[in-house]
Design a binder for this molecule. Structure first.
Ligand code: HEM
Length: 406
């Protein structure tokens, strides 16, 4: 057996702008030196598709590393630090299992399908507002889609969307490990906490004023039936705002970016609702924002390498779909590529923390990808775009386009 410290591992400058602009190139170069693990200043990166799958399916031997991030950011004891350490995804195994088991059964494909008319209306209204000039920052438009859906789902006042969007933008950058951002992170978190507490208090005081079938009702009622602590319920609702925001926005933005060079796929999306499902899966293989952080909770021996207890590991879901060992011609964007079960995209992670919102996320993306090409004709890149920091909620920063409004 080899000790981690004895391996001659490639070093990845993950926090640099150059890295965020093209991580696949860095990971491909790293594979030459070691096939599945690399080191960085913030922990070890597991980058091979099969290694990620095999290790994440042993998630019981690991614990989410959000407390490590709070420690590194120096945010322990702050409201945002408390939330980050106690949110659903960070809880110790038993507490997590209780909370997840209480809610998971409700997040079915059927529930997501019921939300499709609302999603269609949201994207249609956004396109009404954003398309007349024939120019837009697509990323900015896309950012209003998941947040507007979430606001409808919890009956929140729409005039607060811009302020909460700004909070979610800030919180999305929180895990890029930049301490200078702490004052704005704290302010952003407190704005979100305030909204969620008001929503819960108003709904409890006046249940008949809200939609009895919406997400807020589902979370409050399910929480009450399961005797969930009020603090945990509020944390869960806050977490839903955060978990569904830049994940969905970044994937939609990247899918659009990719299709700027593939008008054939773009046109077919507009014409064929069912085809959009395939485009969603291929988009999630090709791009997704996630780098999942974990600590080894015990010594783990993997492929004859000892990963000692408390080693910080990052699972790079975001580039896993580019692994040449698993995917044939991985740089080819091909929604018609056959998908074997053992080679499915893993953008929603695997194991006990697998995304609870995955059916909602897929439905949102599918509805948007179907309607956008009907309303934004012949889109072209119309300026510079950049990249959000890696390894946070990674993705494009800005996507200026011009087009013919339909
Ligand atoms: C394309 C969009 C999305 C992507 C790529 C995505 C990705 C992920 C990933 C990778 C995880 C696991 C993180 C980990 O293991 O540490 C996760 C967890 C989670 N996601 Fe998503 N997500 C998306 C959208 C959503 C939406 C829309 C919601 C809610 C409506 C949501 C709610 C959640 C929740 C509650 C968890 C925590 C599950 C647990 O810890 O048991 N996500 N998501």
């Amino acid at each position: 057996m080899q000790a981690l410290a004895e391996l001659d591992l490639p070093y990845l400058p993950v926090e640099t702008e150059e890295f965020a602009a093209d991580p696949v190139r860095y990971f491909n170069a790293a594979k030459v030196q070691h096939p599945w693990i690399a080191e960085s200043d913030i922990g070890f990166f597991i980058h091979e598709y099969t290694a990620i799958r095999e290790l994440l399916l042993q998630d019981d031997k690991m614990r989410p590393a959000y407390d490590g991030i709070i420690e590194q950011m120096g945010a322990r004891g702050t409201p945002w630090g408390r939330f980050t350490e106690e949110q659903l995804i960070s809880l110790p195994a038993e507490k997590h299992r209780f909370l997840r088991d209480t809610f998971a059964a409700k997040f079915t494909p059927r529930f997501a399908n019921q939300l499709r008319p609302m999603m269609r209306q949201t994207i249609s209204e956004l396109l009404d507002e954003w398309t007349p000039s024939g120019r837009m920052d697509f990323e900015e438009m896309a950012s209003y889609f998941p947040i507007s859906n979430m606001f409808t789902l919890v009956g929140a006042p729409r005039e607060e969307i811009p302020a909460i969007r700004s909070s979610l933008e800030t919180l999305g950058l929180a895990f890029s490990m930049d301490k200078n951002r702490l004052p704005e992170i704290h302010e952003a978190y407190e704005r979100l906490e305030d909204l969620v507490q008001r929503l819960i208090a108003n709904r409890r005081a006046n249940p008949e004023a809200g939609n009895p079938d919406d997400l807020l009702a589902l979370l409050i009622n399910t929480g009450d039936e399961g005797n969930v602590d009020p603090r945990q319920l509020a944390d869960l609702i806050i977490f839903f705002f955060i978990a569904g925001y830049d994940t969905s926005k970044n994937v939609l933005t990247y899918a659009m970016f990719k299709m700027l060079d593939r008008p054939d796929i773009y046109e077919r999306c507009g014409a064929d609702h069912e085809y959009c499902r395939k485009v969603v899966e291929e988009s999630l293989r090709y791009f997704n924002p996630g780098s999942v952080p974990r600590f080894a909770a015990e010594d783990i021996v993997f492929r004859d390498v000892l990963l000692p207890k408390d080693t910080m590991l990052w699972f790079t879901l975001n580039i896993s779909g580019h692994d040449p060992g698993t995917f044939e011609d991985p740089e080819r964007f091909d929604p018609d590529r056959p998908i074997a079960p053992e080679k499915r995209q893993i953008a929603f992670s695997l194991g006990k923390h697998m995304c609870l919102g995955q059916y909602i996320a897929r439905a949102q993306l599918q509805e948007a990808l179907h309607l956008i090409p009907q309303r934004i004709r012949n889109p072209r890149l119309a300026g510079e775009y950049g990249w959000r920091p890696y390894p946070g909620a990674w993705g494009l920063k800005g996507l200026p386009i011009e087009f013919t409004p339909a």
